[in-house]
Design a protein around this ligand. Structure first.
Ligand SMILES: *Cc1c(COP(=O)(O)O)cnc(C)c1O
Length: 223
């Protein structure tokens, strides 16, 4: 693990560059509890994990005021580990998964905050709804019957490329989709307000295109 002061410095340096209203999520996957504690002591409270069991284990070990974000591909049989306390699930990639999360929300008597993951990158390997598919799912309206989830916005990952123009175009497309969805389905809902976009290498571009939540891992925790 990197020493504590280095993690603290990095957190503070990133924070200092962020416009008001942008939330920094420190992506602590693969890093031990001590690394999270170092970030915590720099005032960081939002952390992201991509494996449900890891997230649950760290939740048990670490201070209760941490907001845990789930950012990985979520399998239905793993929802139970995070459902009681997760702050936000960023990675809803099918209607079926939304229904499954809803069941776990009911079991825990809580509405679970969720984002719809949009597949925007060129890579085949990334998960998520195609933009048209997402709109179709929302237009169909069955999700309105799900009382134990709350759809608070969109999440995306840009292509892994050095082509900044392409990355910008992808983030811009998600921002446009967000606006259309907001107008059509959430115009009166204040909590539909989140665009989770941008990682260590591309977050300044994401912020230029409306990102409200950036997910930063290696720039904080890596060697
Ligand atoms: C790992 C991960 C991140 C953080 O990526 P870095 O490049 O390390 O900042 C962000 N989002 C998701 C979905 C991830 O899996």
């Amino acid at each position: 693990m990197k020493d504590k002061s280095l993690i603290e410095e990095r957190i503070k340096a990133i924070r200092a560059t962020l416009p008001q209203g942008v939330t920094l999520i420190a992506v602590s996957k693969y890093h031990p509890a001590e690394a999270i504690e170092a970030a915590y002591s720099a005032g960081q409270r939002d952390f992201g994990e991509s494996k449900a069991q890891d997230l649950a284990a760290k939740h048990k070990l670490l201070p209760p005021d941490i907001k845990w974000h789930f950012i990985g591909h979520l399998q239905s049989n793993k929802i139970k580990y995070i459902a009681p306390f997760v702050h936000l699930i960023h990675s809803i990639d099918s209607y079926r998964l939304l229904e499954e999360v809803n069941k776990h929300g009911a079991k825990n008597s809580r509405r679970i905050p969720c984002l719809l993951q949009i597949h925007i990158a060129q890579e085949e390997t990334k998960f998520g709804f195609a933009p048209a598919e997402c709109m179709k799912m929302l237009d169909e309206g069955k999700w309105r019957e799900l009382e134990y989830i709350e759809i608070n916005g969109l999440m995306c990952m840009a292509s892994n490329t050095d082509d900044k123009k392409q990355i910008a175009n992808e983030f811009a497309a998600v921002q446009q989709l967000f606006k259309e969805i907001k107008e059509r389905h959430f115009a009166s809902k204040n909590n539909f307000s989140i665009i989770s976009a941008g990682m260590s290498d591309d977050y300044p571009i994401a912020i230029e295109h409306g990102s409200t939540h950036i997910r930063i891992g290696s720039s904080i925790f890596a060697g």
